[in-house]
Design a protein around this ligand. Structure first.
Ligand SMILES: [Zn+2]
Length: 248
């Protein structure tokens, strides 16, 4: 008897026993579940490829011991072929699912956030969008979703209209000259943050590497880390890759 029939996105996997793998799947209606996939580390396994991180799949499973399910059937809902061939897109995708995985709620059922995640994956798979700011935009979206939207239009401390010259995650956003502390922020980066949070995200994502991208990536990564109370490893890797890369 099938006890779990749901769709989800693979967040991460880890080896178990000789040839098995445990798959952490964020499902649409059952929250985060752990699935034992038997034999998937054998080369002839047909299920293995469907259970890589970032895969969007439909699964049927039965309950095993405790909270673990045993996978009976897996089917791809989307393969994201373009996403999978580009290192920057993969890293952006991994940063996004790491953030989802870091939300400290195990039975997280949130259809709105789930739809947002699917839109992120579709965007990363679309060659007309650049991956540069996809993860930081998602981080900002997650902060908005949790009711702690970063303030980028006025001083987060004194509500002065500016000029805004710094960003300080613990204060909740950008700061004026009198309140300044934290990270210095350029007018270009502030303008970019205002576009991303103000309804022009699609326009921003069509630009390869708009001025202020590195700063905004750092700012929104730090703000989400502050909110979640933990470091985001993939986002940090992306940040370091971004600061050492020269764009033609
Ligand atoms: Zn101020």
């Amino acid at each position: 008897m099938i006890e779990l029939a749901d769709e989800g996105v693979v967040l991460r996997t880890y080896p178990s026993g000789e040839a098995d793998r445990v798959v952490v799947l964020w499902t649409r209606t059952s929250g985060k579940v752990r699935l034992l996939a038997r034999g998937v580390r054998r080369p002839q396994s047909r299920m293995g490829g469907a259970l890589e991180p970032l895969a969007h799949v439909r699964v049927d499973a039965v309950r095993s011991r405790g909270a673990l399910f045993v996978t009976r059937h897996v089917a791809h809902l989307a393969r994201f072929e373009h996403l999978r061939t580009d290192y920057d897109r993969i890293l952006a995708g991994l940063s996004v699912i790491e953030a989802i995985d870091a939300i400290p709620v195990d039975d997280l059922v949130d259809n709105e956030l789930y739809e947002t995640l699917l839109r992120v994956l579709v965007t990363l798979d679309d060659p007309t969008y650049y991956p540069t700011l996809v993860a930081p935009a998602f981080f900002a979206r997650l902060l908005v979703h949790d009711g702690v939207a970063p303030e980028v239009n006025e001083c987060a401390r004194c509500a002065s209209p500016g000029p805004l010259v710094a960003f300080h995650a613990p204060s909740g956003g950008a700061l004026c000259r009198d309140c300044r502390t934290g990270r210095v922020i350029t007018p270009e980066a502030l303008g970019l943050a205002q576009r991303m949070l103000g309804g022009d995200l699609a326009g921003v994502l069509r630009e390869a590497r708009p001025a202020g991208s590195g700063e905004i990536t750092a700012v929104f990564t730090e703000a989400l880390e502050e909110h979640l109370g933990r470091r985001l490893k993939s986002a940090r890797t992306a940040l370091e890759a971004g600061t050492t890369r020269t764009v033609p």
